[in-house]
Design a protein around this ligand. Structure first.
Ligand code: ACO
Length: 401
């Protein structure tokens, strides 16, 4: 419910809507979602169609510029990205400064912010051409940072990209190429990554996207706005849920696989435990992305010949929740994060990297939303409040307190 209250001390009224449950922050032509019906579309194209028929770079172009690219446009876009793929060698010193135990989301957020120092003209967004330049630069350099974060976590030497490869194929190479071995194309892994990245590419005004828009609304540059978005995504109630889901499934497995015990914990209002990967602010029906990811998890594990008991635990939990009055009444369904971690794990991505993969997928969405906000000339984001603190008080010096 929204409260309407009078601002104390000033004229006027203000709406109070904690968590912005019913407050729109902008008009947007990028992503349509109907949470009651479980519909998600990017620029009018259904997520089911895009996940099956498009590739991630096409989807990135679609989200950012509004239309699917033709062959020439896509080739130009990809070439422009390739030309910007160099990350300054000095950036490696910053990476080296982090301990191996550092969470990769912190590393990614810091490195993204640090990129500004080595690309000072990226803050110039005074024309569409300048904006385009910043966009292709970050689409080129961000995957390098992601690969660095993974290789640091795994204790592997850094690897350079290869201009002759596709966008996602190159990401796969930078993340997974073994030292002193030639890179072998792994179609199953690349296709699975492509699909996961598409499914995460945008989701209208979620916490991290709203962060990117609000930071960008002060005319902070694109890279700084993205760095803030990465931090917002990190939280376990948002993108960090994919890591939390896998840790929860592992804990259930270690505890003997008793899903009922954890269902009971999730329903107990005196227990802070929540079933991670369940529930969504907007979807009050099945998250369409979760449906696609669940099918993909089955396929990927099957194709890779992996039998993961964690997948069985996940399916068991889902089945129980869908039949449980508590979850049914509150319309709590599996969200995008419930099954994604199982695929990441099968691909050999460390658990702490899961949210980084989410960020990699969300990058085009953040960029598209930031660009839309700038092109529409939106005002600085600055919510109001209702002050509930003390009235004017006389100051008392420290020795008299
Ligand atoms: N397990 C148990 N109970 C839950 C769960 C859950 N995962 N999610 C919501 N509930 C309950 C709440 O306790 C509340 O119950 P009540 O009405 O008895 O008080 C009711 O369902 C409504 O929940 P809210 O927290 O008010 O819903 P909100 O829209 O604020 O939160 C959120 C949505 C944050 C996603 C929540 O469902 C949650 O914490 N889920 C687990 C974390 C998660 O998976 N996050 C990823 C979201 S998807 C994404 O960001 C990519």
């Amino acid at each position: 419910a929204i409260d309407i209250k009078t601002l104390r001390g000033t004229s006027g009224i203000v709406t109070i809507d904690p968590g912005y449950k019913n407050t729109g922050s902008c008009e947007s032509a990028i992503t349509f979602l109907d949470g009651e019906k479980g519909i998600l579309r990017y620029r009018g194209y259904s997520i089911e169609d895009l996940a099956e028929k498009a590739d991630f770079l096409e989807v990135a172009y679609l989200l950012i510029f509004g239309e699917l690219p033709n062959k020439e446009q896509l080739a130009t876009f990809h070439n422009d990205i390739k030309e910007e793929s160099h990350v300054d060698e000095e950036m490696k010193k910053i990476l080296d400064g982090f301990p191996k135990s550092a969470h990769p989301m912190g590393v990614l957020s810091s490195l993204t912010s640090a990129l500004v120092a080595f690309n000072p003209t990226s803050v110039d967004v005074s024309s569409e051409a300048a904006m385009y330049h910043s966009i292709v630069r970050i689409l080129a350099k961000f995957p390098v940072l992601v690969a660095w974060a993974q290789r640091k976590k795994k204790g592997l030497p850094l690897d350079y990209g290869d201009d002759t490869l596709g966008y996602v194929e190159n990401i796969h190479k930078m993340m997974f190429k073994k030292p002193n071995q030639e890179y072998k194309k792994d179609t199953i892994a690349i296709d699975a990554l492509d699909k996961l990245l598409i499914l995460h590419a945008d989701h209208e005004q979620n916490c991290s996207t709203s962060t990117v828009r609000i930071v960008g609304s002060s005319h902070a540059g694109l890279f700084a706005s993205l760095s803030a978005g990465i931090s917002a995504l990190w939280g376990p109630l948002h993108g960090g849920a994919n890591q939390a889901v896998l840790e929860m499934l592992e804990a259930i497995q270690e505890d003997g696989g008793d899903t009922k015990k954890y269902m009971a914990k999730a329903k107990d209002k005196n227990d802070p435990f929540r079933l991670m990967g369940f529930g969504h602010r907007v979807y009050k029906n099945f998250d369409p992305r979760a449906r696609i990811i669940k099918k993909s998890a089955d396929e990927v594990l099957g194709n890779l010949g992996i039998e993961d008991p964690i997948l069985d635990i996940a399916k068991g939990l889902e089945k129980e929740a869908l039949e449980d009055e508590y979850f049914v009444k509150r319309k709590l369904y599996p969200n995008v994060d419930f099954y994604s971690g199982i695929i990441y794990r099968a691909l050999g991505i460390p658990t702490e990297m899961f949210t980084v993969m989410f960020a990699l997928g969300r990058l085009p969405g953040w960029i598209a939303q930031w660009r839309e906000m700038r092109l529409r000339g939106e005002p600085i984001g600055r919510p109001r409040q209702i002050y509930i603190g003390e009235n004017l008080r006389p100051f008392v010096k420290v020795d008299k307190r």
